[in-house]
Ligand binder design. Structure first.
Ligand code: AHG
Ligand code: MN
Ligand code: MN
Length: 328
């Protein structure tokens, strides 16, 4: 049995110069994940379902569990002395490290609860995180530290609160998955070195937007569904929690798409909290991610909450998407 703590330390030892700061961040995130998992597990009993009665910076209704998960991550991460600042999907501005705590060489960006609009109906939800190196010279990070392209990430991961709770992460040495043993309260290595199948079996897209898609996107989706005779039809599976859809496709092979549409010209998903971390994981597992014309990890961000269209998953399917969309 390999616990996540042991695995993190062993990976650190492969980098003789490592300070231990990144390992500490990952260990603290695993603790935050367990705390959120506890809340999600008992959500139907503990009066934490439903709306918190306010909107976040994206103008989306915040669920009580969005707020709880956001606070849990901040409190688990702000005092370790390893971060210079944080950014959350639920917070308009960068989250500073309180003055009473020391700071460190990394930035943490996160989506505290992904798929939260699903929580009231007991569908899997998740937490996504991205870790970047600090670039600015002062001790407390600035926006410049957060606005780095995804290729500069030093680690990224997600937690899925599904039929079991899993934490999946990469530090650029492959993708590794850990399952929470509910009796031990420990994440144990269950999925070492995950590789995404080259060709996808599943297509995950919200087809309700078809009427607002551009013609090349419609053509791509028709092809994926086997309607053009160029390939066998993919099975369509859409949970509506990106973490859950991505996780299935990572293990079983597939293409997840959230295209631009006439009503949302940049799609919906956020580059810094959702697309970059999952793109890093996907590439590390042998897959790919594009916005239709650019590699997701090469996009230079200009705003903390910026959105991007995304096509992510099995390499062969993402290549077809890039080809069809850039030709259009
Ligand atoms: P969040 O709950 O963090 O706001 O993210 C929800 C996202 C993502 O998880 C999912 O893939 C997508 O919204 C679903 O959007 P549609 O309902 O428009 O398909
Ligand atoms: Mn999300
Ligand atoms: Mn969210």
């Amino acid at each position: 049995m390999v616990t996540i703590d042991r695995f993190i330390i062993e990976q650190e030892h492969e980098h003789p110069g490592a300070s231990g700061a990144l390992s500490g961040i990952l260990t603290d995130l695993a603790l935050a994940a367990k705390m959120i998992a506890n809340k999600v597990r008992s959500a139907g009993l503990a009066d934490v379902l439903g709306s918190a009665g306010q909107e976040n910076v994206q103008g989306e209704v915040q669920q009580k569990l969005d707020v709880l998960a956001n606070e849990t991550v901040i409190k688990a991460m702000d005092h370790g002395g390893r971060l210079c600042c944080m950014g959350s999907e639920e917070e308009e501005d960068l989250i500073p490290i309180p003055d009473r705590f020391s700071t460190g060489p990394y930035v943490l960006l996160f989506d505290p609860l992904d798929g939260s609009s699903n929580i009231d109906v007991n569908v899997p939800v998740g937490t996504i995180f991205s870790i970047l190196p600090k670039r600015s010279s002062g001790p407390r990070g600035t926006l410049e530290d957060a606005l780095q392209p995804g290729r500069d990430q030093v680690a990224a991961g997600y937690v899925i609160y599904g039929s079991s709770t899993m934490l999946v992460y990469t530090t650029g040495q492959g993708v590794h998955g850990f399952t929470l043993d509910p009796l031990l309260g420990e994440f144990l290595l269950s999925h070492p070195d995950i590789r995404i199948p080259e060709h996808g079996k599943f297509l995950s897209v919200n087809a309700a937007y078809e009427q607002h898609w551009a013609e090349p996107v419609r053509g791509l989706m028709r092809r994926c569904r086997g309607l053009t005779g160029e390939r066998e039809a993919m099975n369509v599976r859409y949970v509506g929690s990106m973490v859950a859809d991505f996780h299935r496709n990572l293990l079983a092979g597939g293409l997840f798409a959230y295209p631009a549409n006439a009503k949302s010209p940049s799609g919906k998903l956020r580059l810094m909290y959702e697309c970059n971390p999952l793109a890093f994981i996907c590439e590390q597992a042998g897959g790919a991610a594009t916005d239709g014309s650019r590699r997701i990890l090469d996009i230079q961000p200009t705003a903390l909450h910026q959105r991007t269209p995304i096509y992510i998953g099995s390499r062969a399917d993402v290549e077809v998407a890039s080809r069809m969309l850039s030709a259009g």
